[in-house]
Design a protein around this ligand. Structure first.
Ligand code: NDP
Length: 443
């Protein structure tokens, strides 16, 4: 990989890169099948990604006709890598084994190790014989929707495809590595004004937030909408509030510290709630919720923006869902894509039906949505919330930070990029967007 890295850094042409020999193995971050029970009996918080995530050499898989090899310059930590590394709610080897039964190409994925990572920026090295739109040398970012385009169920909205998967979570050969194997329809242009690490962090969370709020498949946010965003400086939330602001809506951002509240204000969010300072206790005990606490949150929202939220952007799950359904406006939508604090949800159904609210499930994004969300990054209209960068060797520590909510925005991981700050091709656009805006989360 060293030769490939040096060629990329020296600005080699696509032809030159395409002619370089590929390595038989490459450096990657992975969990091991034989360790899938290592945390049995421990509480979630005690399960430590630093123990389960390994960095070492793995064999280069064969390239299918519709795929590309990408030299990964940088990757990112997503919460799904945390789930994989603590083997919750299930070890991801089950996903790989299921994919392994699908076809000869699927069989490549069922291995004793799982290379993780569902975001990356890099350079295309080779494409399969059926790939038309990409070639060696193209600078790309990768979205994680892994779709079988020969399946008819994938041809309305590909997120409805019967065997839709998330690359690097439900497939092998993910982006926390020096090289990755992806379908060509996961590739998108790299934002030219961003560094490798700034470009690497966006596709997963930005596309998810875009579908949840902006796409016709989501909550169809429109001008003037009040949108309650949980975890508003986190991975999803930091994109969600930007989409709300761009679309003429009014975000109410919930965070858990004065520092995060200040960051949110710098991002342009005026209505901010520090949930820790407010001390909400939506659950009296493990089994009983407290409606008076939901009501207190509702009052706080009205005091800030005058009305109940048209949309609630949900992902904490069990801890907040009862409150989210309660505070949502009559006729409004709670759009949810996750359940970090527990997936067995309880809410008072009377508040849902009597006030004609909708709960809408959402999951990642189809290629069109991911592409449109990436276009906003490319044009500088959505900023990359990069707060910290780790080398690949410290991927376990990076995942630990996200697992314990010690981070803001997104954490980037350097793979082939030898240092931060490389990869900017359009300094004029960078200057126009503003260095201080692009690096807002790095203070
Ligand atoms: P992050 O950890 O980056 O951010 C989540 C934020 O939520 C935290 O920073 C925290 O903010 C807030 N939060 C956490 N727990 C609670 C709680 N109990 N009550 C209120 N707020 C809470 O994670 P992501 O935003 O990247 O992901 C969030 C979830 O969404 C994960 O479970 C992830 O797996 C899932 N996800 C699902 C996707 C899909 O396509 N279905 C795509 C992307 C993510 P603060 O402490 O400041 O309030």
């Amino acid at each position: 990989m060293e030769e490939i890295r040096n060629a990329i850094l020296a600005g080699a042409s696509g032809e030159e890169l395409g002619a370089l020999p590929l390595p038989e193995s490459y450096r990657a971050a992975f969990v091991l099948r034989e360790e899938a029970t290592m945390f049995e009996g421990q509480a979630s918080e005690e399960k430590d990604p630093r123990k389960s995530l390994h960095v070492g050499e793995v064999a280069l898989p064969e390239l299918a006709p519709d795929e590309a090899y990408v030299a990964v310059m940088a990757g990112a930590i997503n919460f799904n890598t945390v789930w994989t590394s603590i083997f919750e709610p299930l070890p991801t080897f089950g996903f790989l084994d299921r994919l392994g039964k699908e076809s000869r190409w699927g069989a490549r994925h069922a291995l004793p190790y799982h290379v993780v990572g569902s975001d990356a920026s890099g350079v295309v090295l080779r494409v399969g014989s059926a790939v038309r739109n990409w070639k060696p040398g193209d600078r790309v970012v990768i979205h994680c929707n892994y779709v079988d385009d020969q399946d008819p169920t994938a041809h309305d909205d590909s997120m409805l495809a019967a065997n839709q998967k998330i690359w690097g979570f439900e497939t092998n050969f993910g982006g926390l590595a020096d090289l990755t194997l992806v379908k060509a329809n996961q590739l998108m242009p790299k934002p030219a004004h961003l560094t490798w690490e700034e470009a690497a962090i966006n596709a997963l969370c930005n596309s998810t937030a875009y579908r949840m709020l902006v796409s016709p498949n989501g909550a169809r946010m429109t001008q003037g909408d009040r949108v309650l965003v949980w975890g508003a400086t986190g991975g999803l939330g930091s994109y969600a509030v930007q989409h709300v602001l761009n679309g003429g809506g009014i975000p109410i951002g919930v965070v858990s510290s004065p520092e995060k509240a200040e960051l949110l204000r710098d991002l342009g969010v005026e209505a901010v709630i520090d949930r820790r300072a407010k001390g909400y206790r939506f659950w009296k005990d493990e089994h009983t919720q407290d409606e008076s606490e939901w009501r207190r949150l509702g009052k706080d929202i009205r005091a800030l923006v005058g009305e109940d939220p048209d949309i609630v952007f949900e992902h904490p799950g069990r801890q907040t869902m009862g409150a989210s359904v309660f505070v949502c406006k009559r006729g409004g939508t709670v759009v949810t894509c996750a359940a970090t604090s527990g997936y067995m949800i309880e809410y008072d159904n009377r508040h849902l039906w009597m006030r004609l609210k909708t709960i809408k499930g959402s999951h990642f994004a189809n290629y069109r949505e991911a592409w449109d969300a990436n276009r906003l990054i490319c044009e500088g209209k959505v900023l990359p919330p990069l707060s910290a960068v780790y080398p690949l060797e410290q991927v376990g520590e990076a995942a630990y930070q996200v697992h314990h909510n010690l981070h803001e925005g997104k954490i980037g991981v350097l793979c082939l990029a030898p240092e931060e700050g490389l990869g900017v091709e359009d300094p004029e656009l960078r200057a126009k967007v503003g260095e201080d805006r692009i690096t807002l989360f790095r203070r």
